[in-house]
Ligand binder design. Sequence first.
Ligand SMILES: [Zn+2]
Length: 276
Amino acid sequence: MENSSKKRIFHKTLHGLNNQGATCYLNSVLQLLFMTPGFHERLKPNIKTDQVLKTLFDNLKEGPCETKAITKHFQIEDVYKQCDAAEYLEHILSGTGRPASELFRGELSYSTKCRQNHIINEETNAFWTLPLPLKDQNSGVFSVEGGLQRVFMKKSFTGDNKVFCEDCDGNTEAERACKMNVAPQVLVLLLKRFAFDRNTGSHVKSNCTVEFPSTLQLQEKSYDLYGIVDHWGSLRSGHYTALLSNDGQTWFKFNDQHVQQELHNPETPARLGKEI
Ligand SMILES: [Zn+2]
């Protein structure tokens, strides 16, 4: 999601990226970055990753592209190995220069205080993607707005979960608050469909429906939805595609070398079906 105040870029014709084996995760993330307003302009010629991305983007404006220069640059040797798209987005951003990665950078701070208001712990964490666990959903529908609210909900430590407060010199009831110190220019929400199931001892995928608004209000910032990276299938065998928009009206599905306009339903992005 991008901050509404940013101007949108518009590409007249959109092109696909060739899949080298199982590199759909990479293609989806690259298309997402290609369509992120302001990202191109921030790439610096003296940084190798920026340069490799810029060359790809320049070519992608002209026609369909291969991604061999990208896999070589990121030392992806096994192109038949499926990787996690969100992890790869972070991997790419960790290689880009500060101006480009800064676009996605946010900061969360956590503060734990006892009932006497003593500060037990304080920490600040920077993020490029904000994870939202889907396990909290019930009724088969996960609301992104609800999930985001839960990130900022106070957490109480009582009973067996009391924490040690040095100033009180003992275990005490406490409360942890989370706040967004820095709201990113472009907000990436990571919908955590995979979770570890203690009963079966394996990872399971939640296939619940996800509901999200086309404009999301977060503190004083407002974000317009412009892209979704979808995972189809199971943990072991799956496929990534991306649904992206230039203008919030017309949506395109990027499925490796195939790019097609989503014609049937302008509401599609607002509710992702069970199959995704
Ligand atoms: Zn205390």
